[in-house]
Design a protein around this ligand. Structure first.
Ligand code: ZN
Length: 183
């Protein structure tokens, strides 16, 4: 599966000159929701991630809300595991959504659509570990961390994207006068 092509085709990967929410500028903007809104594409992505783990058994797949909810569901469906998600707490951490089952000793896979720093995925992992579950692996659709993201378990991605992010004062696109789009 050419996942970047699927991102482009569905408008989930935009190329140009973007003002990111962080205030920095990038020639690439990813909005996975544009892809994941299509159930058949979402399912195909879920199956492609599941295929990375032919010999693993997972009790559940967890993703950080909101982006990780659909993804954990489609990956869990392909793996025959439960789909779980973690949501933000007012204190800045993450907690397992009430009603979702996470047991001590459960083996789990942690997933996120795009890993940049991996911060929210790590928080979701911590929420599951706090219940005694055991992380087996982490996975992303796109890894744009430049290989720096670490989760304390094997990490796989369907695609890697080396998209630079610039401080506004050092942005080569600004210097060339490319119009800035707010996203
Ligand atoms: Zn710029």
């Amino acid at each position: 599966m050419d996942v970047l092509e699927l991102y482009r085709k569905t408008g989930a990967l935009l190329e140009g000159h973007f003002l990111l929410r962080s205030g920095r500028h990038s020639p690439v903007f990813l909005q996975s929701a544009a892809l994941l809104q299509h159930p058949l594409f979402a399912e195909a992505v879920g199956e492609a991630i599941a295929e990375k783990f032919p010999d693993e058994r997972f009790d559940f797949v967890i993703g950080p809300a909101i982006g990780g909810v659909v993804l954990s569901f489609v990956v869990a469906r392909a793996l025959g595991a439960r789909a779980v998600f973690a949501e933000k707490t007012p204190e800045g951490g993450m907690t397992i959504r009430p009603g979702l089952e996470v047991n001590a000793g459960d083996r789990f896979l942690a997933v996120e659509d795009v890993v940049t720093t991996g911060g929210s995925l790590r928080k979701a992992i911590e929420a599951a570990k706090a219940r005694g579950a055991v992380l087996q692996a982490a996975a992303a659709i796109i890894d744009r961390s430049g290989g720096t993201a670490r989760f304390g378990a094997p990490f796989v991605a369907l695609a890697r994207l080396e998209a630079p992010v610039h401080d506004p004062e050092a942005c080569p696109l600004c210097r060339r006068g490319v119009p800035l789009e707010e996203v």
